[in-house]
Design a protein around this ligand. Structure first.
Ligand code: BDP
Length: 576
């Protein structure tokens, strides 16, 4: 889905700001919004999670109702008007002027709807959004533990989510009203092939209606025109000479400007892209013909007060810190991040492993019904993010338990789905259990593993567990014969706690563990990258093993460095 933009054929208006909010604690099913008269609303900020904006919303995991009034400018008459949500937690439903407009399931991905017929020009319009964040064991990701399900370090957490981050709720990314012509550019896919110093940039433009006229595409001063006769999809190519490749720290970007022309320009969209080639060869990761090793972090969208709300300044700060420490990559654990974060990765020359929201799948999830949902989420994610040069692989799940034929088939179908949508990037998923509980890895290109030796296993014993740690990675290599990225390893450290000799929860212990495991893993012939868990401390559910936050951050939640950050900067700069 294209990100809304302002150009000579399209207008854009942000609905971000203060909305009215009501936390509905009733059994109302909201089939019809006029049944709800929103008593006692409070002001709430959008985009942001609701939980840390008011104390009485902290543990509210239910139906949040948002309302805002807006005017529509007369000059938008004759255009198609859309409302576009970057992400609404859980199940979202939208009404405009009391009429049902659309709904969407699943946090972390956008949805939009054409709303022209519902709008009144010259009068106030009201949009109401239901963000149903009820913790549902059957959602993706499953959001509550079933009885008998539990995990080391997470026992009896409150709320009982099966994943290790706080289930923030709300409208967490920007909302836009935007216009486009009735016949419009619906999607653009750009794939390039490099041949010495030139690149063949192949593009496909999808339209929402059939169109007669021509499509003009321009990149780097090269223009092609494609005639259209009752068509709603066209493909073409542009050759770039002396192409400047996109690479780590070399964010060379181009813009493909696409115009729909019939007499005059009726629609226009400018899509940014980069030319680079990523592949797996002999189990090594090859970027632009050169072997690379990933150094970086698993992250979260998480910050004080805004929760999972997108914020430009936090994004800028995070990239500045990652670059300063010498990281070349990060993983969007455990869900697709805001498009602005991926734009930033494109602009900063930072590599990204882009992950689905499928965290903690286990045997009970491997049904046809869940698979159908998973396939549609993979579609939504790849369609949204396919043109980002920073994304070098898709991670289709985090730490699934896969022991059954149903589980293996589930992962086979997910792999096929991703490959069909995008044949240009490797795919992976992140394993946690042993190789025998990680069936399905054979359908993927790269094996990612999360390992916590010296923490959940062999607590307090960093040196003593090093051999066991490597033996475990060896088992994955022996079974699957693939290159391995250590996507998570690390230790909680409470900033300011110091012990000598290093002990668990001290800054010394965290720094020592990361250093020794990094160096040991890096020596292994199959190692193709390591991501420390985590970039910064982050909010979780409450449980005895979390001291307000997960403290495995190399930076605090405020983004101040712990000893491990200084150590990594030294370690990674030695490797340049
Ligand atoms: C890993 C999970 C991650 C957790 C981490 C931890 O992938 O989400 O936060 O453990 O326990 O298994 O810190």
């Amino acid at each position: 889905m294209l990100y809304p933009q302002m150009n000579k054929c399209r207008s854009l208006y942000s609905l971000d700001g203060i909305w009215q909010f009501y936390a509905d604690r009733s059994e109302n099913t909201f089939d019809n919004i006029s049944s709800c008269n929103l008593p006692q609303t409070k002001n709430i900020a959008v985009p942001a999670s609701w939980n840390d904006q008011y104390e009485d919303l902290f543990q509210f995991h239910g139906k949040g109702i948002y309302k805002k009034e807006f005017d529509v400018p007369q000059m938008w008459h004759g255009q198609e008007i859309y409302i576009r949500f970057g992400s609404v937690s859980g199940k979202a439903k939208v009404w405009i002027n009391d009429e049902y407009v659309t709904e969407h399931i699943g946090t972390a991905l956008p949805f939009e709807a054409a709303i022209t017929p519902y709008l009144k020009f010259g009068e106030k319009n009201t949009v109401v959004v239901l963000a149903d964040s009820t913790l549902d064991p059957w959602s993706l990701p499953p959001a509550t533990l079933m009885e008998h399900e539990g995990r080391m370090g997470f026992a009896q957490s409150y709320p009982a989510v099966p994943y290790d981050f706080f289930p923030f709720g709300g409208i967490q990314r920007s909302i836009y009203l935007y216009t486009s012509p009735k016949t419009r550019i619906e999607d653009i896919t750009i794939v390039s092939e490099i041949n010495n110093k030139t690149a063949e940039v192949q593009f496909t433009v999808e339209l929402n209606n059939s169109f007669t006229g021509r499509i003009e595409a321009e990149a780097d001063g090269k223009v092609v025109n494609i005639p259209c006769k009752n068509t709603n999809s066209v493909s073409g190519k542009i050759i770039l000479d002396n192409v400047r490749l996109w690479d780590i720290g070399e964010p060379n970007l181009y813009t493909l400007k696409v115009c729909l022309i019939n007499d005059t320009v009726t629609d226009e969209y400018k899509e940014t892209f980069g030319v680079r080639e990523i592949k797996v060869e002999n189990n090594r990761l090859i970027l632009n013909g050169r072997e690379i090793f990933l150094k970086g972090f698993g992250k979260h969208e998480d910050f004080h007060i805004i929760g999972k709300g997108f914020n430009h300044a936090v994004t800028v700060k995070d990239f500045a810190l990652m670059k300063d420490i010498g990281a070349n990559s990060f993983r969007t654990s455990h869900y697709p991040y805001d498009e602005n974060i991926l734009d930033m990765a494109d602009k900063e020359g930072m590599l990204v492993i882009a992950e689905t929201p499928f965290v903690g799948l286990n045997n009970r999830n491997y049904t046809d019904e869940v698979l159908e949902k998973a396939v549609s989420v993979i579609n939504e994610m790849i369609k949204r993010d396919k043109n980002h040069p920073s994304i070098i692989m898709w991670s289709l799940a985090n730490e699934p338990m896969i022991e059954t034929d149903e589980g293996e088939n589930f992962f086979k179908v997910m792999a096929e789905t991703a490959r069909k949508l995008d044949s240009t990037r490797p795919i992976t998923f992140v394993a946690f259990y042993e190789p025998e509980n990680t069936r399905g890895m054979q359908y993927y290109d790269i094996c990612c593993i999360n390992k916590y030796y010296g923490w959940y296993e062999w607590p307090g014993q960093i040196e003593e567990s090093l051999d066991e740690f490597i033996k475990c990675a060896d088992r994955f290599h022996k079974k699957f014969g693939k290159g391995i990225i250590l996507t998570e390893f690390g230790a909680d450290a409470i900033a300011g706690i110091h012990t000598e000799p290093p002990q668990m929860f001290s800054e010394e212990y965290q720094a020592k563990m990361i250093k020794l495991q990094y160096e040991k893993f890096r020596e292994q012939p199959y190692a193709i990258g390591t991501h420390v868990w985590a970039f910064a401390d982050f909010k979780t559910a409450q449980t005895i093993s979390r001291i307000v936050f997960n403290r495995k951050g190399v930076f605090t939640r405020e983004r101040e460095p712990k000893m491990a950050a200084h150590m990594l900067k030294e370690l990674w700069s030695e490797e340049l």
